[in-house]
Design a protein around this ligand. Structure first.
Ligand SMILES: Cc1cc2nc3c(=O)[nH]c(=O)nc-3n(C[C@H](O)[C@H](O)[C@H](O)COP(=O)(O)OP(=O)(O)OC[C@H]3O[C@@H](n4cnc5c(N)ncnc54)[C@H](O)[C@@H]3O)c2cc1C
Ligand SMILES: *[C@@H]1O[C@H](CO)[C@@H](O)[C@H](O)[C@H]1NC(C)=O
Ligand SMILES: *[C@@H]1O[C@H](CO)[C@@H](O)[C@H](O)[C@H]1NC(C)=O
Ligand SMILES: *[C@@H]1O[C@H](CO)[C@@H](O)[C@H](O)[C@H]1NC(C)=O
Ligand SMILES: *[C@@H]1O[C@H](CO)[C@@H](O)[C@H](O)[C@H]1NC(C)=O
Ligand SMILES: *[C@@H]1O[C@H](CO)[C@@H](O)[C@H](O)[C@H]1NC(C)=O
Ligand SMILES: *[C@@H]1O[C@H](CO)[C@@H](O)[C@H](O)[C@H]1NC(C)=O
Ligand SMILES: *[C@@H]1O[C@H](CO)[C@@H](O)[C@H](O)[C@H]1NC(C)=O
Ligand SMILES: *[C@@H]1O[C@H](CO)[C@@H](O)[C@H](O)[C@H]1NC(C)=O
Ligand SMILES: *[C@@H]1O[C@H](CO)[C@@H](O)[C@H](O)[C@H]1NC(C)=O
Ligand SMILES: *[C@@H]1O[C@H](CO)[C@@H](O)[C@H](O)[C@H]1NC(C)=O
Length: 587
């Protein structure tokens, strides 16, 4: 059992009205205890004499079996540690609303996620530098990916179950433990999958974490192989340092807004207004900086509640404009996720963590002829009330298009057994798939001046028709994989959607209708406080500082300007490691 020593309440109360207690100051206040926030809190509190507070709306989940279990991650969804957001009706996708899961716990969404550890494509990170963010490149971030990671080497059984890896691509002594599940399926199924992808000209990739993602592989997971538990952000970055006297975590405490000091020029944060679980409101003061790490669905809302954002939105809720910054909450990019479920002649008594990444020519012939980025820029700009100019979007889309032309993967097809999903061993194989780099852009904005009210989340799925075409091509590719030998002989039936609902010879209209009605969010929202030049609709600069402020940064998924061909946490940890060095340099 973990020995937890709760420190005595470490503040000095100053004499203010009892209704609004003013607690003592911290050097840095970090809002949100997910991968972004806890990484920064850990690294800054390495510096003695520097005090750091983390404010987290959720609770501790150290002993919550829904979190710690390395199998069946979906059990934690829709429980009290999930914010359970819901999107707006999706006008370009059958009008439906979508569930948005997000962790509400110390550890953030890493306590409820699928634990996949896949970084990004080299040229994708290089593009962050190319759009004007000085100091951002793959080579630079690669050292931070490795700094954050500690890979546990696979066991002999895991190696014989198909695991391959490139040692030089991994960190050995970082806080974040990465490894493979003991329940990894034994036997020869991985060779069936590998040979089938090879029959479709997709090669085996020995390790997708070195900056080249294309191919088939068994992925690494954020798990602690010694303790055999999930490695969430709190286990990696908080519990090992929880006794530092200069690091304080407030649980069950929500940040309402930033409090500003007096200044003539750029806005200067002097602290945050918080609400304790008993409903009482206080001010917590900061000496140096406020760092927002509340995730891509909440950090922009906190900025808006603090007077930073689009004046027409702030005005609507009677919030005074501190910084006119229309990009706040915009640029929301998420991926649509569909799946096939197949029955097989096997029992799959184990987990599989198999993934195939495909570039455009792998699954979409002649895709180039189907694309018109200026028309996409016009329709996206119109759909978001021209908050981001069409010319800016066209420039950004041009870069994204170049990445696709240069062969970055735009398709991800994974395979899971029902055991991965907590549904026990049987012969079912689940094949979810998603396009990686959508052109559609949506937004997240406050819907009230009351910070308790959830923001409005509108990812605008399939606003750009090309996204739909890609997802349809990917659906056909995944079905083709399931119908290619040697895979084909193991499949006994397609259980969902099945050939009645979606015939083998389905028309494009039928494919379109199925994709649009059956998809869900891939749970990778990002970009809502994008690191981009201000004139392009950016919110933070290359130092992750919010434009127009002296001392407010955003360090979480919100800052990523484009989607990645990977999963988000690995990259968020790396960004936050880099951010910590940048903050320390400025100390
Ligand atoms: C179902 C699901 C599966 C996923 N699977 C994977 C996967 O397999 N691999 C992967 O890499 N990624 C996966 N992701 C995505 C990944 O987990 C997130 O992108 C990542 O955790 C985001 O990190 P963050 O630091 O930006 O924010 P979060 O992890 O969301 O952390 C934000 C924290 O801020 C807190 N907070 C919010 N508002 C306030 C406030 N006002 N005051 C105080 N605290 C606040 C929240 O409670 C939360 O703890 C998945 C996501 C979901 C939902
Ligand atoms: C936070 O809230 C949870 C759920 O109500 C409770 O179990 C826990 O004790 C609280 N923790 C703190 C430190 O207040
Ligand atoms: C775990 O999840 C289940 C639902 O999947 C829920 O009933 C239970 O309360 C959760 N346990 C904890 C400790 O939250
Ligand atoms: C949103 O969709 C639901 C059904 O999915 C419908 O009941 C509701 O009226 C729709 N709302 C709007 C504003 O269109
Ligand atoms: C795979 O084989 C190893 C070694 O025989 C064993 O320890 C492990 O439990 C097996 N895994 C599964 C999922 O059966
Ligand atoms: C509410 O909780 C805070 C923090 O624990 C405490 O300081 C405050 O006295 C409480 N207020 C009330 C009215 O109980
Ligand atoms: C699954 O594997 C475990 C050991 O890994 C074994 O105890 C169990 O009998 C197996 N079940 C089936 C149905 O093969
Ligand atoms: C692309 O879209 C723009 C803007 O809608 C339009 O003017 C142009 O003709 C289109 N180009 C092609 C090749 O269709
Ligand atoms: C669209 O933008 C204009 C100009 O900024 C503004 O007046 C209007 O309220 C906005 N409309 C919506 C729906 O936000
Ligand atoms: C499943 O089918 C494959 C291909 O026909 C065959 O090689 C294998 O033995 C079968 N497995 C079982 C458990 O029947
Ligand atoms: C698909 O095949 C079925 C059965 O062979 C046939 O009835 C149907 O007309 C075909 N649909 C199309 C669009 O070709």
């Amino acid at each position: 059992m973990r020995l937890k020593v709760w420190l005595s309440f470490p503040f000095v109360f100053t004499g203010v009205a009892a209704s609004e207690l003013c607690l003592d100051r911290y050097d840095y206040i970090v809002v949100g205890g997910g991968p972004g926030g806890l990484t920064v809190a850990n690294r800054l509190s390495e510096v003695s004499g520097i005090s750091v507070a983390v404010i987290e709306a959720g609770r501790e989940v150290f002993n919550n079996p829904n979190v710690t279990s390395v199998d069946g991650f979906t059990t934690a969804l829709n429980t009290a540690i999930d914010w359970q957001y819901i999107s707006t009706n999706q006008s370009y996708a059958s009008g439906q609303t979508l569930a948005y899961h997000a962790g509400k716990a110390l550890g953030g969404t890493s306590t409820i996620n699928g634990m996949t550890y896949v970084r990004a494509e080299k040229s994708q990170i290089d593009s962050w530098g190319a759009i004007g963010n000085a100091g951002w490149s793959w080579d630079d971030l690669f050292s931070y990916y490795k700094k954050s990671e500690s890979l546990t080497l696979p066991t002999a059984a895991q190696l014989s179950s198909g695991v391959t890896f490139v040692p030089n691509d991994h960190g050995e002594s970082g806080p974040l433990k990465v490894g493979y599940p003991y329940g990894l399926l034994n036997g020869s199924f991985h060779t069936v999958v590998e040979n089938t992808w090879q029959a479709l000209d997709l090669p085996h990739n020995p390790d997708v974490n070195g900056g080249s993602v294309r191919g088939y592989t068994i992925w690494q997971s954020t798990l602690d192989m010694v303790a055999n538990v999930r490695e969430d952000a709190a286990r990696a970055y908080y519990y090992p340092v929880e006794l530092r006297p200069n690091l304080h975590v407030f649980l069950n405490t929500t940040v309402n807004r930033i409090v500003w000091g007096n200044s003539d020029g750029a806005a200067v944060a002097s602290g945050v207004e918080i609400t304790f679980s008993n409903g009482s409101i206080s001010i917590l003061k900061s000496r140096r900086e406020v760092i927002l790490s509340a995730g891509s669905l909440r950090s922009p809302a906190i900025l808006e509640l603090s007077g930073i954002g689009n004046p027409s939105i702030l005005d609507k809720y009677g919030i005074g404009v501190k910084v006119d910054l229309p990009g706040v909450g915009e640029n929301l990019q998420d991926q649509p996720n569909n799946n096939f479920i197949s029955s097989t002649n096997s029992t799959f008594n184990g987990s599989i963590v198999y993934v195939a990444y495909g570039s455009m020519p792998d699954f979409f012939d002649d895709w180039d002829a189907n694309i018109n980025i200026s028309s996409y820029a016009e329709s996206v700009s119109a759909a978001i009330n021209n908050t981001i100019a069409a010319a800016s979007l066209e420039y950004l889309f041009g870069i994204q298009y170049k990445l696709l032309q240069n062969g970055i993967p735009n398709a991800e097809t994974i395979m899971e057994t029902t055991l991965n999903l907590g549904l026990g061993p049987n012969g079912l194989l689940v094949s979810p798939f998603w396009l990686l780099m959508p052109f559609s852009r949506g937004n997240v904005h406050i819907s009230s001046r009351d910070p308790k009210v959830y923001p409005t989340i509108n990812p605008n799925f399939f606003l750009v028709d090309f996204d739909l075409k890609v997802q349809m091509a990917l659906a056909k590719w995944t079905r083709k994989f399931l119908a290619t030998e040697p895979m084909k002989s193991l499949i006994t039936a397609e259980v969902s959607p099945g050939f009645t609902a979606l015939p083998e010879n389905a028309t494009d209209a039928e494919w379109e209708s199925w994709v649009k009605t059956a998809f869900s969010s891939n749970s990778h929202p990002l970009g809502t406080a994008a690191m981009m030049p201000r004139k392009l609709g950016g919110v933070v600069d290359g130092k992750l500082k919010v434009y127009g402020t002296e001392n407010v940064r955003v360090v979480d998924a919100s800052v990523m300007p484009f989607q990645v061909s990977g999963h988000l946490t690995s990259t968020i940890y790396a960004i936050a490691e880099k951010a910590s060095d940048m903050i320390k340099e400025a100390m």
